[in-house]
Design a protein around this ligand. Structure first.
Ligand code: CS2
Length: 487
């Protein structure tokens, strides 16, 4: 029996489900990047709005390149089960806020038409750091990237997020329809400004008038999003299906904790997401940098340290004192240069992160978090590092985390068929295997400018610290690195 609108009454009594009439829900939000995270987060906040009796804010989910989510969700009327797993509790409910779905390049035209239609009032995004085509070191839009260049060459058939948004906004302007709000929900500092920079840069290449109109009329609020949501595993699927007593092809498993802080600037209205617990605030930058540095920075450190010590999941990595000692030191370094939001105690915040990371019910693979390091490290770890450098402070723990990433790269480079899930994979691996002397390996990797800029390779104190930590890890018997390295 498949989860569906018709089968909702057959769910076990303890499984919460949509109590509102889904046929009345208006799909006024288009969401780009409908992964597990979105379904554990924004879609759940939106469910609270619909459940309160306001049917005007349903979600149309979209993935530009893959059809798998569409194929999973459509046969079940876009319903799915969301399981919230605590250390010794599990709560499952069925979410109905997604009311339509586009998937794959074959549907981009239809998606564009939907975004261009007046019914769409918000376009939200969780598409990961690399989809914005903004250089992480300089903050400059990457208009030369091949995908962007292709979109600029045929803007009527966009394949990138900036291309799609600009085209849809251009269509709306031509038709006299007010612009939607662009709501970035990706883990990026000032994500709204960044989305705006990407969109404006793209539009300026095509049409200066359109760019000026976008700048004047379109709102790009910033957000801080947080909920630890690993990719769904087969075991998760089996467990959730057992709990709901029917088949859901793609349930989502997440933690109990959830947080969403949003800047309140919407051009065509917005849902009362505070009904689901969201906070509207004008202190986004502080919220975002606390989360990005303390949670995601530690996550990345943990992922690389976990990978090189053979820990498959975050919870397993949290049981290794070698790793937790480094994390404790890392959090101290990060907190020392952090401007926290008013009323937030960062020591408590870090304590709650430790509890969340230790949650054994979540099988969060270190390999998943280790992806896209070239995009993640600058935002998560090199930003606090630079703040420390500016204050003349040494950063041994941050250096250890970067050294762990380097070992991970070296080990992958020497693994037959090894590849990194990273847009710079080829360059990183080529440099990682170029030489065998530790100092030279570090120098080769540090000179990848899009990651480390020009300042860090030139910083001799940091370089010495990095070499020391890299060598320390190489000598540690718990660390599996390439045998050829000479320290
Ligand atoms: C993680 C994040 O995969 C990663 O890089 O650090 O997805 C993290 O789980 C979320 O940001 C938590 O809110």
């Amino acid at each position: 029996m498949r989860l569906s609108e018709k089968n909702l009454p057959l769910l076990p009594a303890n499984v919460q489900r949509p109590s509102y009439d889904r046929s009345r829900v208006v799909g006024s939000i288009v969401h780009l990047g409908m992964g597990a995270f979105h379904r554990a987060h924004q879609a759940m906040f939106t469910e609270a709005v619909l459940a309160s009796g306001d049917p005007s804010w349903g979600i149309i989910g979209a993935n530009l390149f893959s059809e798998d989510k569409k194929q999973a969700l459509e046969p079940q009327d876009c319903l799915y089960a969301l399981a919230e797993m605590g250390e010794d509790s599990e709560k499952v409910r069925v979410i109905g806020s997604i009311v339509g779905v586009f998937g794959g390049t074959g549907e981009i035209d239809a998606l564009l038409a939907r975004m261009s239609d007046a019914v769409t009032r918000i376009v939200s995004i969780t598409a990961t750091e690399k989809s914005y085509y903004v250089d992480t070191a300089s903050g400059k839009p990457q208009m030369q990237a091949p995908e962007i260049a292709a979109d600029l060459a045929s803007p009527e058939r966009p394949r990138t997020i900036p291309g799609l948004i600009v085209r849809a906004l251009g269509n709306r302007r031509a038709a006299g329809i007010p612009p939607f709000t662009v709501l970035s929900c990706d883990n990026l500092p000032n994500n709204g400004r960044l989305a705006q920079a990407a969109v404006l840069a793209f539009a300026s290449e095509l049409d200066a008038d359109l760019a000026a109109w976008i700048e004047a009329e379109v709102s790009f609020p910033c957000t801080m999003v947080d909920r630890i949501t690993p990719a769904t595993t087969d075991a998760d699927r089996a467990r959730v299906n057992e709990l709901i007593g029917m088949e859901d092809a793609w349930p989502v498993v997440t933690e109990e904790f959830v947080q969403w802080v949003i800047e309140d600037r919407f051009t065509m209205g917005r849902p009362d997401w505070n009904l689901g617990g969201a906070i509207f605030s004008d202190e986004i930058e502080r919220w975002e940098s606390m989360k990005l540095r303390c949670l995601n920075g530690a996550h990345s450190a943990l992922a690389y340290l976990g990978e090189i010590t053979g820990r498959e999941t975050v919870a397993e990595a949290m049981r290794l004192p070698l790793i937790t000692d480094i994390l404790d030191a890392l959090w101290s370094e990060i907190r020392e240069v952090l401007r926290a939001p008013k009323g937030v105690d960062t020591a408590d915040y870090v304590d709650s992160l430790k509890r969340r990371f230790r949650n054994p019910a979540l099988k969060y693979r270190t390999a998943q978090i280790a992806s896209d390091g070239s995009k993640k490290l600058p935002l998560r770890l090199l930003a606090p590092l630079r703040d420390r450098v500016a204050k003349g402070l040494a950063s041994p723990a941050i250096a250890t985390a970067i050294a762990a990433w380097m070992h991970y790269a070296v080990r992958t480079a020497y693994t037959p068929g090894g590849a990194l899930a990273d847009p710079l994979s080829a360059e990183i691996l080529e440099r990682a295997a170029r030489r065998v002397n530790a100092g030279e390996i570090i120098g080769d990797l540090l000179s990848i400018e899009p990651i480390f800029g020009r300042d860090l390779p030139a910083n001799t104190a940091f370089r010495a610290e990095l070499l020391d930590k890299f060598a320390g890890l190489a000598r540690n018997p718990a660390v599996a690195t390439a045998e050829r390295i000479r320290v």
